[in-house]
Design a protein around this ligand. Structure first.
Ligand SMILES: [Fe+2]
Ligand SMILES: [Fe+2]
Length: 233
């Protein structure tokens, strides 16, 4: 009987660099940011920046799941198709809500309603993954720490080079998401880099970020190509 990864020690998860420990750390960070947004008392600009940070982490995290983890679960587990379809649907709904939120003025009451709906879905997604999908993946990988760490490295590489904004029109599955992901990632990360720098930071930040994006995206292309080749063998 598989146990929720919420209840397991880091050692049981396969160590700090295992995909399960990495997933849990991101989920905890999302939870912290959502509570910060909901806590009240934040200045409006800081609150909206927190919302952007939540979506940025959500979309890069979810893209790497859709590209690396859920295809692995479908290959390894007989019920993988059914399990992954459900979380892909949650990801799709979060993408659609984020687009609506972006198009709504923060002073409009609908903005808060849509944000609350998006947070509820993010929390549901985290529960589904920590209680069902990730324990199932752990079981399918034979509780093998080395395999969990290798998958963690691949997932992290893709996460760091993934799109950071909502793209509801893009397929939630490979190869469609992987092919669209490379140009979208460059586009999103350039837009992120060109956001006004906080007071007191260097104006070289956008240039450095764009250069980093180009190098990292080349890395994403390499990882995706390697994964496709190894699956073809
Ligand atoms: Fe996750
Ligand atoms: Fe997810």
């Amino acid at each position: 009987m598989s146990r929720s990864i919420t209840l397991q020690s880091v050692e049981e998860l396969g160590g700090q660099s295992s995909v399960l420990a990495r997933q849990r750390r991101d989920h905890e960070e999302l939870d912290r940011l959502m509570h910060r947004y909901e806590s009240g008392g934040l200045p409006s600009a800081e609150r909206q920046q927190t919302l952007k940070d939540i979506f940025q982490l959500t979309f890069s995290h979810a893209f790497a799941e859709e590209t690396v983890l859920w295809p692995a679960l479908r290959r390894l587990a007989p019920d993988g198709e059914e399990l992954t379809s459900q979380v892909e649907e949650e990801h799709q709904q979060i993408n659609e809500l984020a687009i609506e939120i972006q198009c709504t003025d923060p002073d409009d009451p609908r903005h808060e309603q849509l944000t609350a709906a998006a947070f509820a879905l993010i929390r549901q997604d985290i529960r589904d993954e920590e209680d069902v999908l990730l324990p199932r993946l752990q079981q399918a990988l034979g509780y093998d720490a080395a395999r969990l760490r290798r998958l963690g490295t691949t997932w992290e590489t893709v996460r760091r080079t993934s799109p950071t904004r909502p793209h509801p029109a893009v397929s939630r599955r490979p190869p469609g998401n992987a092919l669209a992901g490379i140009p979208l990632s460059v586009h999103d990360r350039i837009r992120d880099a060109l956001r006004p720098a906080p007071p007191g930071t260097s104006s070289a930040r956008p240039i450095a970020a764009v250069l980093t994006t180009t190098v990292l995206t080349a890395g994403l292309g390499f990882v995706l190509l390697r994964n496709r080749r190894s699956r073809a063998r």
